[in-house]
Write a protein that binds this ligand. Structure first.
Ligand code: FES
Length: 155
């Protein structure tokens, strides 16, 4: 299997069987986001401990395979991460998806980076970049306690 096939397989797997598609019990941060062009939406739930480490992260919503896969991979990789690790991973992902060939942060192992890089193919399609980044920008809103329903078109 070549890298492209591996990436497709990861997206298909997470798109069809999204991980953490549920609402976290006792969440203490959350945020909503949507894409007005297609109507897809996501609601992110975070349960942070007293040191702001992610004890649980989950999401609800509906969307295309890319947006669901991205939210699924995101929640899987960020569970257990502390605040600074979370911010570094978010920034690294958002930079990679727009204009970098690889991920640069040390908070993910190679296997985790491969999962995240499976979304790198959307780079050439601006509309698909919105799909891949919806959950991530919405997570940033949750971390920052933004009460607004994030509109991915405005980003
Ligand atoms: Fe709506 Fe992908 S088509 S988020």
């Amino acid at each position: 299997m070549n890298l492209k096939e591996l990436y497709q397989e990861i997206i298909l797997d997470h798109g069809k069987n999204p991980r953490n598609l549920r609402k976290s019990e006792n969440f203490n941060k959350d945020a909503k986001g949507h894409n007005p062009l297609c109507g897809d939406n996501v609601h992110i739930f975070l349960k942070l401990d007293e040191k702001k480490k992610i004890e649980d992260i989950s999401f609800e919503g509906s969307g295309c395979a890319i947006s669901m896969a991205s939210a699924s991979i995101m929640t899987e990789l960020l569970n257990g991460k502390n605040e600074s690790q979370t911010k570094e991973i978010i920034n690294d992902f958002l930079e990679m998806i727009k204009n970098k060939d690889k991920l640069d942060n040390d908070n993910l192992n190679e296997n985790e980076k491969t999962k995240l890089m499976s979304l790198s193919g959307v780079k050439q399609y601006p509309m698909r970049v919105k799909c891949a980044t919806l959950a991530w920008h919405t997570l940033t809103s949750a971390v920052n306690d933004s009460q607004e329903d994030l509109n991915i078109e405005k980003i």
